[in-house]
Design a protein around this ligand. Structure first.
Ligand SMILES: NC(=O)c1ccc[n+]([C@@H]2O[C@H](COP(=O)([O-])OP(=O)(O)OC[C@H]3O[C@@H](n4cnc5c(N)ncnc54)[C@H](O)[C@@H]3O)[C@@H](O)[C@H]2O)c1
Length: 476
């Protein structure tokens, strides 16, 4: 079998008999350029991405020797664990405390894990006690349920800590607003956990493909989705059930509600907030605008509304007024069929970009519209891969195509792959900013704009009306 290097030495592939070598063949051949070929270039580029950004934000300084960051995790559930797994890969962090009200289960698990890694950590049930006792903390990573984000983040900021807070920033706009104000008043950092903002593929698309190359031309429509198959409610081991008085103290009516808080009004926001906020955040970011209008249809079409108070299905249309003109953006989330998973799709008059955080399903596809100017220059720069010719008709099948059939666009790839866990770059960005080596990718003000955009969907569903956004709604 040929090694990668040997494959790289292959010549430009010969065209089929009777066809001359054309631009496409040459570009296809270029993908196999040896050593620093296009993909090698893209790989080097990707690795250098964060370093470049750090350098641009104030010099690629190393953390001063001994300048470790003392960190606490507040909320040690499913996402707390995911964040911890990423943080354990980041040098220079010293874990000091874990706060979680499920002391006998989640808190214990994470404290034990950290002790295995030789960290001297204390476990707390009440975050206020943690803030009182852990005077040396520099930063708190908050991964509690959404309705706790505002009190947790605000009190941590006021205690002089930098905060990384998971999305959704808050389940209410008042909560989100109090977080922005606390960050401003204290001068402490508040990063909201919209992790795609630090994903190298998203950054490449934003900065190089849309910003520099304007590769899609004028974006006119966007669509995206997060479809999930039906899943049973989240359970818990009976013997570790939290006593009722403790549940009540922290705002939960039962263990069932404690485990499935996302579905309950006043605690979470349902799938549009839980899933949609990630992707709708990208709509605003890539379009460089906040929406002007939203209309939405949704309901509790499948699940039992007693245990699933929020809408299990939401279909949303935003209207944006961008610098280039109007854009309509559709978004769908439903929890009864996981078909085609999750992605965002930006369509311009010169091409289409389909991307997702999912490395497996939509690692970044670009389709060049047949009428668009050639992308050869961008292929040569390594910004997009060489094209793969689309099949004009299903292979091996005798079909008759209409002569007016549209020509299939060429398929290119976004040649940037994230090899670290999905959350690592965003956490790194937070810790680098604490050290003064970077700038937050999702500061409180951006998280707030996304919260305004997303929370209004539930309002629009309830109102059964097209609702407008006033520009000042996005500002504090
Ligand atoms: N960025 C992402 O991709 C992503 C993915 C999943 C979840 N999240 C977010 O992470 C957060 C947590 O979600 P999850 O799936 O881990 O939920 P979870 O229910 O699994 O975990 C929440 C944890 O917080 C603890 N907790 C609850 N109230 C508390 C309080 N007052 N003080 C201290 N601890 C408390 C619970 O005991 C539990 O261990 C949510 O805001 C969610 O939206 C983000």
């Amino acid at each position: 079998m040929a090694s990668e290097d040997e494959k790289g030495k292959e010549a430009v592939p010969a065209p089929p008999p009777g066809r001359r070598l054309d631009r496409r063949d040459v570009l296809l051949g270029l993908t196999t350029v040896p050593a620093l070929g296009l993909f090698g270039y893209a790989w080097v580029k990707q690795r250098g991405y964060e370093q470049q950004r750090r350098a641009a934000a104030g010099g690629a300084k190393k953390a001063p020797a001994g300048r470790e960051i003392n960190v606490a995790l507040l909320g040690a559930g499913a996402q707390g664990q995911v964040l911890l797994d990423s943080m354990l890969r980041i040098p220079g962090l010293r874990f000091r405390a874990v706060c979680d009200i499920w002391t006998e289960y989640n808190q214990k698990r994470v404290v034990n894990t950290l002790r295995k890694f030789k960290f001297e950590v204390n476990g707390y049930e009440d975050y206020r006690e943690m803030l009182d006792k852990e005077k040396d903390l520099d930063a708190v990573v908050v991964a509690s349920p959404d309705f706790w984000h505002a009190p947790h983040a605000v009190d941590c900021l006021k205690a002089g800590k930098h905060v990384y807070c998971e999305k959704e920033m808050s389940n209410t706009l008042e909560g989100a607003r109090s977080m922005v104000l606390a960050a401003r008043e204290t001068g402490k950092l508040l990063q909201i956990g919209h992790q795609r903002r630090s994903h190298p593929r998203y950054l490449h698309c934003y900065e190089k493909l849309l910003g520099e190359a304007k590769i899609l031309g004028r974006i006119v429509t966007v669509n995206g989705q997060w479809n999930r198959a039906v899943s049973p409610d989240i359970g818990y081991p009976e013997r570790y059930a939290i006593p009722a008085d403790r549940l009540k103290k922290y705002g939960f009516k039962s263990m069932e509600q404690f485990r499935n808080w996302r579905w309950y009004k006043g605690l979470g926001g349902g799938p549009i907030v839980d899933l949609g906020s990630h992707q709708i955040d990208i709509y605003n970011w890539f379009l460089g605008a906040n929406p002007s209008y939203v209309m939405a249809s949704g309901g509790n079409d499948y699940h039992d509304p007693k245990t699933h108070e929020w809408y299990d299905t939401a279909m949303v249309i935003y209207e944006f007024e961008t610098k280039e003109g109007p854009v309509r953006a559709y978004y769908q989330t439903q929890t009864t069929n996981g078909s085609q998973g999750y992605f965002e799709n930006f369509m311009g008059d010169q091409g289409t970009l389909v991307l997702s955080e999912s490395e497996a399903n939509y690692p970044g596809f670009l389709y060049r519209d047949p009428n668009a100017p050639p992308w050869d220059g961008w292929v040569q720069k390594g910004y997009v891969s060489a094209p793969k010719v689309q099949e004009a008709k299903p292979e091996g099948e005798e079909v008759t195509l209409d002569v007016r059939e549209s020509v299939s666009p060429d398929l290119h790839r976004v040649p940037v792959v994230l090899r670290d866990p999905y959350h690592q770059p965003h956490l790194e960005n937070f810790f680098d900013t604490i050290r003064g080596d970077a700038k937050l990718h999702c500061p409180a003000e951006i998280g707030y704009e996304t919260a305004v955009t997303v929370l209004k969907v539930n309002e629009a569903i309830e109102a059964r009306q097209r609702l407008s956004f006033r520009p000042e709604e996005f500002r504090i």
